[in-house]
Every structure is written in structure tokens, then in C-alpha cells.
Design a protein around this ligand. Structure first.
Ligand code: ADP
Ligand code: MG
Length: 371
């Protein structure tokens, strides 16, 4: 008998999404150099659309062409990860790519029309629809939202613009100290928190004259689930990170000077460290993984080669003038294909809030009965 091994793509999946040519690109007479064979998971690039140029073919776990709707992206990439988070696994979805290729469209989308919603609002609906359908199980759902800009961490759910620091404890791993975390009761509350965070992000960026394409954002939803089995309660905790990365374009194109250059160095630090972490993880000779070299990779450490089900979505544009950046994104994503994650259900972790609340309730009950 042959035993089929768990496919690695269950724990680390790399997908590519190619957006359509924009109206401006069409008006400018731009050609598409990208074609897609979704069935075979292939992306084909014809550099300069020159018949003499060699066709470059990349294969990925999933390839989503320009006609792919938001719902299909959710079903094929996000749905399995959110289902796993509801069972107590950690899950991360991150969008990587050049500015203007559809990272924010994919992760966040637009609320109007409703079919344009991205992965984040769809995951909220998914989580609360699943929770409603269960009995004999208690759930706690809480959310936090950060931005990393110039290697500084900002809490998007707080009015305090203080920069937050990273800390590490053996039982929790790396965490953001003093980060606001909101308990939410339903989809609407979660949506409100998300919208509030987006608004804070825009206000902060206006104050600092920065822009979202230069910062990374991470929206995290933690789902704690308490089931009673044979009279004993068991808590499972799944944490979902939904990440919209800064634009990956090379610096020469943006012609940075002064403070912009400082930004660029930092953005490159986080993104280039992400690249170095990916390279080390897939290099059998590597003895060290440089997670500690940037805030982003420290926070996402578990998502890269660790205890998380991760999907990386590489966003690309099809137009000829972006060909070099597109190939560079595809090469980056291609390297990540060999990352091995080992996800397991987080059962009865010491830091589970639900356990603390239950203990408090039973001690209050005891105090009341003693009155
Ligand atoms: P990024 O976050 O990577 O900088 P955006 O998500 O802001 O890029 O997308 C740039 C523009 O392209 C936006 O106007 C967005 O609505 C549009 N766009 C991106 N992806 C798609 C897509 N798959 N279909 C239609 N429009 C898209
Ligand atoms: Mg964006």
C-alpha cells in the first residue's frame, strides 16, 4: 500500500494573479506580454512581444488570469486557510508585487459593488457564518491591525500614534507589545474595526506625507474556540494574518532622494529580508534564517517555514512596459514554492483569552455562592 504524503501546497501555496490591462494602458496602446494557462498552472511571458525572444514559462500552485473574479480568488486561495483557522490552525495570506498590480484589490477590494470585496471582508463573513452554525461551542474573535513603515510599527486601531515595539516570550513567540486588540461579536463589528483602521492609515499617511504603497499592513483575526468533550473543555486558537505588502518595484524607477531614500532603504530592508528569508528556507545548505533582520519577517516568522498554513499571492500586471518587474516578481514567487511549512492545530495554548475568562467567571461564581 502506498501512503500519500500531505502535499506541501496545503501548508505553503504560491499563487499568481494577473490583473487586466487598465483603461489607460489600453488607451496608450500597450500590449499584454502575459498569457495564462490556469489549468496547467502556467504563466507565459513573451518579453517585448518579439517573436524572436524566448518565451518564459513559470508554473505555480494556482494561476489566476485577468478575468478572475474576487469570489474565485477567495474560494481558491483564502477559503481553505480561513476554514483551517476556524479549526485552530494559524493562517497567513500575503500579497506581493509591484505597485499598481492589484495587491490591495486582492486583499481588501472595494465594498461597492459588493462583488468587488476582497479577501479581508469576505473572510469576516465566512468566519461569522461558520460560528453561527455551531452549537455546544463557544467562540471568541478578536482583531488587531498594524502598519509597518520605515521599520516602525503603528497601531491602526488606536488613536495613539506611538510606535510599538516587538517582544518575544517562549510561550507566545514574537508579539507586538501594547497592541490594541478588539473583541468583536459579529461581522459588522469586525468590518467597522477594519474600516476604522483603514481610515487611521490614510490620516497617518497624510500627516507623514507617505503613501500606502510604501508601507506594509497586517490585519490579524484570532479565533478562539472552546469545545466540551467528555466533560472536559478544550480550547483551539487559530490566528489569521492578512497582509498587504509594500510595492516591490526596484528603487531606480522611483528615483528616491532624501527622506524618500530612507523610506526606500527600509522598505527594501523588509522586502529584501523577506527575499533573504525565502532564499535561506529553500537552500538546503543554509544554516541560518535571517528572520531577525526586519520587523516584517520577525512578525511573520511562523508564516515562513513554521507553524502556519500560508498562501503567497504574487500580483502582476500584463503590460509590456512592466515586463522586467513582472519577471522579477515571478522569480521571487517561484523561489518561495519550495518552502515547507508544518502547521498543526494550536490546542490549549497558555495565552488563550477564553480560558482566562472562564477561570474568572468560575471564581466570581464561587465568590457569589459564598455570600
Ligand atoms: P496595488 O495595491 O498593488 O498597488 P491596487 O490594488 O491599488 O494595486 O490596484 C491598482 C488599480 O488596478 C486599482 O484601480 C484596482 O482597482 C485595479 N485592479 C487591480 N487588480 C484588478 C483586477 N484583477 N481587476 C480589475 N481591476 C483591478
Ligand atoms: Mg496597494
Amino acid at each position: 500500500m502506498t501512503v500519500e504524503k500531505n502535499k506541501n501546497s496545503d501548508c505553503f501555496k504560491v499563487a499568481v494573479r494577473c490583473r487586466p490591462l487598465s483603461n489607460i494602458e489600453i488607451q496608450d496602446g500597450r500590449d499584454s506580454v502575459v498569457s495564462v494557462n490556469s489549468q496547467r498552472g502556467e504563466i507565459l511571458i513573451k518579453p517585448n512581444n518579439d517573436p524572436a525572444e524566448r518565451l518564459i514559462i513559470f508554473t505555480f500552485d494556482e494561476v489566476l488570469g485577468p478575468d478572475t473574479q474576487q469570489d474565485t480568488v477567495y474560494q481558491s486561495i483564502a477559503y481553505p486557510i480561513v476554514e483551517s483557522a476556524l479549526e485552530g490552525y494559524n493562517g497567513t495570506i500575503f500579497a506581493y508585487g509591484q505597485t499598481g498590480t492589484g495587491k490591495t484589490h486582492t486583499i481588501q477590494g472595494k465594498n461597492d459593488p459588493i462583488c468587488e470585496r476582497g479577501i479581508i471582508p469576505r473572510s469576516f463573513e465566512h468566519i461569522f457564518r461558520s460560528i453561527k452554525g455551531t452549537s455546544n461551542t463557544q467562540f471568541l474573535v478578536y482583531a488587531s491591525f498594524i502598519e509597518i513603515y520605515n521599520e516602525e510599527i503603528r497601531d491602526l486601531l488606536s488613536n495613539n500614534s506611538k510606535h510599538l515595539q516587538l517582544r518575544e516570550k517562549p510561550e507566545t513567540g514574537v508579539f507586538v507589545k501594547d497592541l490594541t486588540s478588539f473583541l468583536v461579536q459579529n461581522e459588522q463589528e469586525l468590518n467597522n474595526k477594519f474600516m476604522q483602521g483603514i481610515q487611521n492609515r490614510i490620516v497617518g499617511q497624510t500627516k507623514m506625507s507617505s503613501c500606502s504603497s510604501r508601507s506594509h499592513s497586517i490585519f490579524s483575526v484570532t479565533i478562539e474556540k472552546c469545545e466540551v468533550l467528555n466533560g472536559e473543555s478544550h480550547v483551539k486558537v487559530g490566528k489569521l494574518n492578512l497582509v498587504d505588502l509594500a510595492g516591490s518595484e526596484r528603487q531606480s524607477k522611483t528615483q528616491a532622494t532624501g527622506s524618500r531614500l530612507k523610506e526606500a532603504v527600509h522598505i527594501n530592508l523588509s522586502l529584501s529580508t523577506l527575499g533573504n528569508v525565502i532564499s535561506s528556507l529553500v537552500d538546503p545548505k543554509a544554516t541560518y534564517i535571517p528572520y531577525r533582520d526586519s520587523k516584517l519577517t520577525r512578525i511573520l516568522q511562523d508564516s515562513l517555514g513554521g507553524n502556519t498554513k500560508t498562501a503567497m499571492i504574487a500580483n502582476i500586471g500584463p503590460a509590456d512596459y512592466n515586463c522586467d518587474e513582472t519577471i522579477s516578481t515571478l522569480r521571487y514567487a517561484h523561489r518561495a514554492k519550495s518552502i515547507q511549512n508544518h502547521a498543526q492545530i494550536n490546542e490549549d495554548p497558555k495565552q488563550a483569552l477564553i480560558k482566562k475568562f472562564q477561570d474568572e467567571i468560575s471564581s466570581l461564581k464561587q465568590q457569589l455562592s459564598g455570600l
